[in-house]
Design a protein around this ligand. Structure first.
Ligand code: GDP
Length: 644
């Protein structure tokens, strides 16, 4: 398989950076990678190599993204057959016109004293942004906070968003028309200064965590709405846990204070159970009483948001590399793909060539939430963008590149990478691999989500988990609650790399599908002791794995040979997959399995090889089995540990 891009683990070795450092550097570029196994596309690799690379003694040779062995040989200035022989010495058999695995190609390059570089453009993308974005003397400047409203259903999130929006729309100013574009910005006077706040228009923690699971964390502050007549409800807890798991600051809006049964003091007492201790009680959680319906207390709430923003010292560089996050996008008749982007860094301008996820194009027009046309958009501004080739996904990162051609190439390259990434298991914490992951330093915190059938059982499980003696890892229970495992639990697990534990409950159908898709380890228990024992064992690497068989490939026996020493070699043709030396093998005749053993040796012509792929002939020795008949099938397979 050829890879367009480089694995995070390989890049981290190459650049002598830890995976975490690399992830941070990539996220500065607006590129999110899940873990060591994820693939970083070439454009990003190149920028990182230029920034962090220590240089190489070897001469750099350039090859096109889908290079074959022949092309590589030409780049090295040697015969293709010579390179093929060298690859075979390394145990890899490839045809001259076959694509090469990046790792193999890198090893071959180093044998000949070269360093490979994948050609993405004639000129490397060193500074993908146009010069107009660069202005001397720039640097991070304060930016508006980005706020998400969360809370239990019917507690008044939508009404509050509406009330806030109206604080600042002067009647008739823009015909009073506001458009829904996924986010809006308000402007207000604060301590003698004009200040702005950006609100995401899709309330609720599900959308928030779904974005985060896609690697897009745009929210700085969560406003947790609690209806004063109803109090803390299950989704209030969920929302608080989701915001806390994301490390987002929380302000509580105690809503519906106009209602007769409203009891703000009771809410404050309840909040202390959520680790949100109100300031009046000696904690640091700001609680603001409001009535969204009567638009009371809104100014006060906004005031506190700005005060908190000052404490958080939110900054962005308006002159930096422009990066934005897609908040939402759809296709509209007559307008084509329409996307709302929230600018994170730099300044977006009309005419910029951009790439957003798998989409690319040139910014044809930009509008704010009032439908006003803009020429540029600065950090924390939400803008509607026209001019993209296809509809990007929410959470995609939008980047400005030098010209439209690079934008198109990057998007095309990403399409291939995204296909590859989908095929690969992203690195997720699992109980099965926990010990290994702790030892490798990939996991320092074991994040858990606990769901149970009744409050009592949830408390018992949480208590038992908290009493566990853990040494190498910190145990965090991100969320616990009563009820089946739902999709939002899986999203949170995905966004925070957590394991989901059910006690007498099971995943709901959509949650089961989501856990499959996101590779989340979900475990159900009925006995607390078994649960804690499993976690203890997992931390010590003692959890018994469950194995499943994975077929590697099949070869057909065409004839047999006997060596002078009497070893019988089956001369075969590989029909599908690959045959791997040392792997398990079984001999099948008709529909009967007649022998099981191991691939003892594997040869291509006269050479020993490690593995051999479909379409090649080879000689296989399976233990000392000797009774082959022509037409027998040799199947090679592996036993792999399965996640429960
Ligand atoms: P959401 O589900 O959290 O978005 O809640 P909504 O904003 O849709 O509000 C649910 C209901 O509560 C609606 O009927 C609102 O009119 C009502 N509501 C919202 N805020 C207030 C408030 O401050 N006071 C009163 N009395 N009712 C409110």
């Amino acid at each position: 398989m050829s890879m367009i891009g480089t694995r995070v683990s390989d890049l981290s070795n190459e650049l002598e950076m830890s995976v975490a450092e690399l992830q941070a550097a990539l996220s500065d570029l607006g590129v999110y990678v899940a873990g060591p196994a994820a693939i970083v596309e070439d454009a990003a690799c190149q920028i990182l190599r230029e920034t962090y690379g220590k240089g190489t003694n070897g001469k750099v040779v350039e090859v096109t993204p889908n290079f074959t062995l022949r092309e590589l040989a030409t780049a090295f200035g040697i015969q293709a057959a010579q390179l093929q022989k060298k690859a075979m010495d390394m145990g890899v058999l490839v045809a001259v016109n076959q694509r090469l695995d990046q790792k193999v190609a890198d090893s071959l390059a180093s044998v000949y004293g070269y360093k490979l570089r994948i050609k993405t453009e004639r000129k490397p993308i060193t500074a993908p942004m146009p010069h107009k974005h660069r202005s001397p003397g720039g640097g991070p400047q304060p930016r508006p906070p980005v706020v998400t409203i969360m809370g239990h259903v019917d507690h008044g999130k939508t009404t509050l968003l509406d009330a806030i929006r109206h604080t600042n729309v002067v009647e008739g100013e823009f015909g009073g028309i506001t458009q829904h574009i996924g986010a809006y910005q308000i402007e207000l006077d604060h301590q003698g200064e004009r200040r702005r706040i950006t609100f995401l228009d899709t309330p609720g923690h599900e959308a928030f965590t779904a974005m985060r699971a896609r690697g897009a964390s745009v929210t700085d502050i969560a406003v947790l709405v609690v209806a004063a007549d109803d109090g803390i409800m299950p989704q209030t807890i969920e929302a608080a846990d989701h915001a806390q798991a994301a490390g987002v600051s929380i302000i509580v809006a105690i809503n519906k204070i106009d209602k007769p049964g409203a009891d703000p003091e009771r809410i404050k007492t309840q909040l202390t159970n959520l680790n949100l201790v109100p300031e009046e009680y000696g904690g640091d959680t700001i609680c603001v009483p409001v009535s969204a319906k009567q638009r009371k207390g809104i100014d006060n709430l906004l005031e506190y948001i700005l005060l908190l923003a000052d404490v958080l010292d939110l900054k962005a560089d308006p002159h930096g590399l422009p990066v934005a996050t897609i908040i939402e996008a759809q296709s509209e008749t007559g307008r084509g793909p329409v996307a709302t982007a929230l600018v994170r860094e730099g300044t977006l301008r009309i005419g910029d060539a951009v790439v957003a996820g798998l989409s690319h194009g040139k910014i044809r027009a930009m509008m704010n939430d009032r439908g006003e046309r803009l020429n540029k958009a600065t950090p924390a501004m939400p803008v509607e963008i026209l001019g993209l080739s296809v509809v990007p996904a929410a959470g995609d990162v939008l980047q400005v590149v030098r010209d439209e051609r690079i934008a198109r190439q990057t998007a095309e390259q990403r399409q291939q990478v995204s296909r590859l990434n989908r095929l690969q298991n992203v690195s997720r914490v699992t109980l099965q691999d926990l010990y290994q992951q702790i030892r490798e330093g990939a996991v320092k915190d074991l994040n858990l989500i606990v769901k149970g059938d009744v409050q009592g059982s949830v408390e018992a499980v949480v208590g038992a988990l908290n009493r566990l003696e853990v040494t190498d890892v910190r145990l965090h229970i991100l969320h616990s609650g009563v009820g089946n495992i739902n999709e939002s639990d899986i999203l949170l697990a995905s966004a925070s790399n957590a394991i989901v534990i059910g006690f007498n409950v099971k995943p709901e159908t959509p949650a089961a599908a989501a856990s499959e898709r996101e590779h989340i380890d979900v475990r159900s228990y009925q006995i607390i002791y078994e649960l804690t024992a499993d976690i203890e064992k997992a931390m010590k690497g003692l959890l018994e794995p469950v194995y499943e068989e994975v077929r590697l490939g099949r070869a057909e026996v065409r004839r047999t040979f006997r060596t002078p020493k009497g070893v019988v070699i089956a001369g075969c043709y590989v029909m599908d997959g690959k045959i791997v030396r040392g792997a398990n093998a079984r001999v099948i005749r008709g529909d009967q399995m007649i022998y099981t053993g191991k691939v003892e040796s594997l040869r291509h012509i006269k050479d020993d090889v490690k593995e051999i792929a479909q379409g090649f002939e080879c000689g296989i020795v399976v233990d000392d089995y000797a009774e082959y008949e022509s037409g027998d099938i040799i199947e090679s397979f592996e036993m792999q540990a399965k996640n429960l």
